[in-house]
Design a protein around this ligand. Structure first.
Ligand code: NCC
Length: 277
């Protein structure tokens, strides 16, 4: 049996897995000249001080008809969204502001109109690709799950002022380690979802993080995303990603009461800068 760990201890374990992006100093990226390609300022140094309040907007179908849009826009300095989740047409429920977007490698490699879509412009972008647990960068570069590199290079060259980073695979898999170390069962060796990754990124950048509909509220539904018509409970509970375990962990990281979670669909978390480990 793994001992039940307290909220603070869990946040400290995650805080130790420092946010890390590909910085061009390791091979094969060094010889490819990525030192000059990646943004000059590391993600953590884009601002002198952390954001005070942040919102993480999952893509869950439960956000549809939530009427949370005004709260999301008015009460947060920064808003994180995922993949191709739109705001246009859904402003009443998910708000309109986007500060950072986390995109998995499918968005860069497949037909998501990455180059032309306004979803990916004028914001900070963070891309990631699962690769395997051992994360040898040479192997990853030659055979990523989805080839995110050409579109990354192209965007860095065409829009050098846009802060655009690739999360380091070691960071992703260290988060998986924390998940596994805090769950009694053996979880599948698949990477955490963009949602969990995004929550940890925002805990690194913000003093307080409000996470919407990661822990399902009373609005929970089989509708996968608020922006499409596909129904599948696996979107909420997980199939490939260890989503259920991620949600159990986030439940343990928040002091929000079960009633509030259920009524508002919002889990309130303290950013890493606010906790002493
Ligand atoms: O669906 P997706 O995720 O883009 O959702 C973003 C994050 O929101 C949380 N979520 C979503 C739906 C739901 N009902 N409940 C939730 O809690 C999850 O935390 C999720 O991570 C991904 O994680 O990147 C994922 O991406 C999609 C897909 O690649 C993109 O949407 C682009 O089309 C994956 N779907 C497929 O590959 C079919 C999904 O498994 C994971």
């Amino acid at each position: 049996m793994v001992a039940q760990r307290g909220t603070q201890d869990l946040l400290c374990q995650l805080k130790r897995q420092q946010l890390r992006t590909v910085d061009g100093t390791e091979e094969p990226f060094a010889k490819l000249g990525w030192r000059q390609l990646v943004p000059g300022k590391p993600l953590q140094q884009l601002r002198d001080t952390p954001y005070r309040t942040c919102a993480v907007i999952t893509s869950a179908g439960a956000l549809l008809r939530s009427s949370l849009g005004k709260e999301i826009v008015d009460s947060h300095d920064a808003v994180l969204r995922f993949n191709a989740a739109p705001t246009r047409g859904f402003e009443d429920h998910v708000g309109s502001k986007t500060t950072i977007r986390i995109i998995n490698s499918q968005i860069l490699a497949d037909s998501y109109h990455f180059a032309s879509s306004s979803l990916y412009k004028n914001i900070t972008l963070l891309a990631w690709d699962p690769t395997s647990y051992s994360a040898n960068l040479e192997k990853w570069y030659s055979k990523p799950d989805y080839d995110l590199f050409p579109a990354y290079v192209e965007r860095r060259r065409s829009s050098p002022s846009q802060p655009f980073y690739i999360l380091h695979p070691a960071f992703i898999w260290h988060l998986w380690d924390v998940l596994q170390n805090n769950i009694d069962e053996d979880i599948q060796p698949n990477p955490p979802s963009s949602g969990f990754i995004g929550i940890i990124v925002m805990l690194s950048l913000c003093e307080k993080v409000d996470v919407y509909e990661f822990i399902p509220s009373r609005r929970h539904t089989t509708l996968c995303h608020y922006y499409d018509y596909y129904h599948d409970m696996a979107c909420t509970l997980g199939a490939y990603h260890p989503l259920l375990y991620e949600k159990l962990l986030v439940r343990r990281m928040t002091e929000t009461s079960m009633d509030d979670l259920s009524n508002n669909g919002k889990a309130v978390l303290s950013g890493f800068s606010q906790i002493t480990c």
